[in-house]
Design a binder for this molecule. Structure first.
Ligand code: EPZ
Length: 420
């Protein structure tokens, strides 16, 4: 197993190019199941989760080619509609094939994803919505078995809770359904917006894109003609590197970004005292005279993203005073707290809230990554810790951060991958 060795007390210099968004690319790859033509996606991040979903599609009989951030996928000759446990257990986002497979073929089986480090993460809302669209759903031997022999029909879906992959799944299911589907309380994340835009450009009429109320006019099982497009930049990777600049109090430039998607993150950094110069597709963060404490409450987009909570917690350890972070989306997304404490952070947990008092003098030691964003928080803390920090179980990082150590090395960080 690989681990990362990082020498702390460092200052960053230079610029970093942000990769394409993992969480946008995943639903877009699932969407290719709706296409009668070969689809070409550009600006795809070269990370493990993307390869996992491609493997799933290949197992179903699709032809996939991934080279230099471009993927070509041909799903015309699919031979199977069963997404096996072996793959789904490694990546929950595999559930994104449920809606497309069911709406296209009228039946499918997708393994239930199982447990997760950050919370229970049920898929009940996906299933309830598909049932409302006419599907018969049963759980057999750990698999969701879904049937809609005559195709799905448009329905009025009201999500009790905002769900990102749930919205994506139902939008894709509705795209080939018979009649019109409305989704109330839809997710408004940029990744969902891009999915809707590409479907709309490919002939599915979708109204309300970017709002919480979507109307999707289905094609009654006519497959789509999806062509080529580029995936949007990864706002969470960008936010993570902004925190790297901030925690080391460096001047750092990010390129290939969409500043609009980063508004709440940038606002919090400015509140902490960092100056941000923002241009159309790049920005520079400058050091703060004093790093001020903040209050964060995670929310659905456009609120503060739960996927940036851990990284900001690391940053708050260097603020002058007490910050509070409330996690509202996932009940168990504080696994990084005990690892940050091992580095010397002063963090108190009470239910869904953490209180972080800084500035703390962190010192390097061995720590363990527990999920993707928790891992990146440990990398950030290691950048300011005295001495060497060894981060174990970095397979979590490899799922969602492309070439993290190469990008940081280019900024002057001593970071290297080693074998246990
Ligand atoms: C997406 O997960 C992201 N994953 C997550 O990114 C992100 O943390 C999350 O949205 C929230 O922004 C991808 O895009 C692939 P949800 P998703 O359904 O869609 C509850 C990362 O680090 N819920 O929006 O699975 C759920 O338990 C990751 O890149 C139900 O109760 O999240 C949670 O409390 C991890 N029933 C809340 O809704 C359901 O049927 C939001 O979850 C579905 C969800």
């Amino acid at each position: 197993m690989d681990y990362l060795q990082i020498q702390g007390h460092t200052t960053l210099h230079g610029s970093i190019a942000v990769s394409g968004s993992k969480n946008a690319a995943l639903p877009l790859i699932a969407m290719t199941l709706l296409s009668q033509t070969k689809v070409c996606l550009g600006n795809v991040p070269d990370v493990v989760d993307i390869k996992t979903l491609l493997k799933l599609l290949q197992n179903l009989g699709a032809t996939c080619h991934f080279d230099d951030h471009r993927i070509t996928i041909d799903t015309c000759c699919l031979t199977d509609t069963k997404a096996n446990y072996d793959i789904v257990k490694t990546m929950r986002a595999s559930i994104l094939v449920l809606g497309p497979l069911l709406t296209r073929f009228g039946h499918c089986e997708v393994s239930l994803p199982g447990g997760c480090a950050i919370g229970q993460r049920p898929i009940d809302l996906h299933l309830k919505a598909l049932e409302k669209m006419g599907a018969t759903i049963s759980i057999k031997s750990g698999y969701v078995v879904a049937e809609a022999a005559n195709g799905l029909v448009g329905a009025a879906i009201i999500f009790d809770k905002i769900t990102v992959t749930g919205t994506a799944n139902i939008v894709m299911a509705a795209a080939l359904a018979r009649g019109t589907t409305t989704i109330t309380n839809a997710a408004r994340e940029p990744e969902v917006v891009q999915l809707c835009e590409i479907l709309h450009q490919s002939g599915v009429i979708i109204e309300g894109i970017g709002s919480a109320y979507l109307t999707i006019h289905g094609t009654d099982r006519a497959l789509l003609d999806i062509r080529s497009f580029d995936v949007i930049p990864d706002r969470i990777e960008a936010g993570t590197y902004l925190c790297a600049g901030a925690i080391t109090n460096s001047t750092l430039t990010l390129t290939n970004i969409e500043p609009k998607h980063l508004e709440t993150v940038i606002a919090k950094l400015e509140e902490m005292g960092f100056r941000c110069d923002i241009a159309q597709d790049h920005m520079t963060i400058h050091p703060a005279k004093t790093i001020k404490p903040i209050t964060i409450i995670t929310q659905e987009y456009p609120g503060f993203p739960t996927d940036m909570q851990a990284q900001f917690m690391a940053l708050c350890t260097q603020a002058e005073g007490t910050s509070t972070i409330e996690e509202r989306l996932f009940e168990n997304r504080f696994m990084h707290v005990s690892e940050l404490q091992r580095l010397g952070a002063d963090i108190k947990l009470s239910g869904h809230s953490a209180t972080i008092t800084g500035p703390s003098k962190l010192s390097g030691t061995d720590v363990m990554a527990t999920d993707l964003r928790a891992s990146s928080a440990l990398v950030l803390a290691a950048l300011v810790a005295e001495g060497e920090t060894d981060i174990h179980r970095i397979y979590h990082l490899d799922r969602g951060y492309e070439k993290l150590e190469k990008k940081l090395q280019a900024l002057g960080v001593f970071i290297q991958r080693a074998k246990e």
